[in-house]
Write a protein that binds this ligand. Structure first.
Ligand code: S6P
Ligand code: ZN
Length: 194
């Protein structure tokens, strides 16, 4: 007889974005994002404090096999490195054609997306925003507000992570706060192919 996986429910705390029964909790400090911020002097100076930038709570009960989904919440804390807002490392999926859905629960921020050729797209997210990450787009989230930016992500269990491409090349654009305004500007450290 077929071995069916039993349906299940896991509660997300809508106040703070935590998933108390999460199988994996990952905390990322600035040292885990070393080299990703445009202002390397500001990054080096803040490394002495090494603040927590974000936490991920993943429901990992499903096998990482085609057909299953995984889901997680991410809580990005407010802050800046230089004038660039706190953000996630960002990744392509190891299986690049796997899509994803983001749903904003709290706060305010951007989902920054990029094709392998360097075309960039920024989606503003506020509570209730359901933003689709189509196949092949690398993605990073940025907290452009003054409170926690919290979202739920749902993705194919076999999507996996390619962090290397972003670590080496970066995103073509960055999101900064300057003079009370949030701006999408070219990344001075973006590595163009060739
Ligand atoms: C997984 C999904 C999210 C991120 C999380 C942290 O496909 O996109 O759960 O993993 O927001 O970002 P990162 O770039 O450190 O994995
Ligand atoms: Zn993803």
């Amino acid at each position: 007889m077929k071995d069916y996986l039993s349906p299940f429910t896991v509660m997300v705390n809508l106040e703070d974005g935590t998933i108390p029964k999460a199988a994996n909790v990952q905390q990322r400090r600035l040292s885990d994002l070393r080299g990703l911020f445009a202002d390397q002097l500001a990054e080096a100076s803040l490394l002495t404090k090494n603040p927590v930038i974000y936490q991920v709570y993943e429901v990992g009960t499903n096998p990482p096999e085609e057909g299953h989904l995984l889901y997680s919440t991410t809580v990005i804390y407010p802050g800046k490195v230089g004038n660039e807002y706190f953000m996630t490392k960002g990744h392509y999926h190891a299986k690049a054609d796997r899509a994803e859905l983001y749903y904003c629960l709290q706060g305010e921020g951007y989902l920054l997306l990029q094709t392998p050729e360097g075309q960039v797209n920024a989606q503003h997210m506020t509570p209730g925003a359901a933003t689709y990450v189509p196949p092949y787009w690398g993605h990073r989230t940025i907290n452009s507000g003054s409170n926690n930016f919290i979202f739920l992500a749902v993705y194919p269990a076999d999507a996996g992570y390619d962090y290397k491409t972003i670590a080496e090349k970066g995103f073509a654009s960055i999101i900064v706060g300057q003079g009370g305004e949030t701006k999408l500007i070219p990344n001075p450290r973006y590595q163009v192919e060739g």
